[in-house]
Design a protein around this ligand. Sequence first.
Ligand SMILES: [Zn+2]
Length: 105
Amino acid sequence: MAKLHIKKGDTVVILSGDDKGVRGEVIAASPDEGKVLVKGVHMIKKHMKPRRQGEAGGIVEAEGAIYASKVALYCPKCGKGVRTKTKVLDNGKKVRVCAKCGAEL
Ligand SMILES: [Zn+2]
């Protein structure tokens, strides 16, 4: 099964496109598609059908999926999006660390 380096709840920085440089929280990750949803990023208009009778349909704005390769995990210590690597602790537990400063992310 495909795995993403990004997971729900992560803070990421957008690397390319209109939202380049924007920081946001990952609200959903789809490893199968290799895509993520980042709060407030790549807003797209969605047409909603009325769910109940008498309710007006309309257009709502929602986050659109972006490729996980277009985002980098944010490192508070470096103050920017960074590459990550996996570090194995003495107890065998694996943690994600910043490839630059080594901070646990
Ligand atoms: Zn760092």
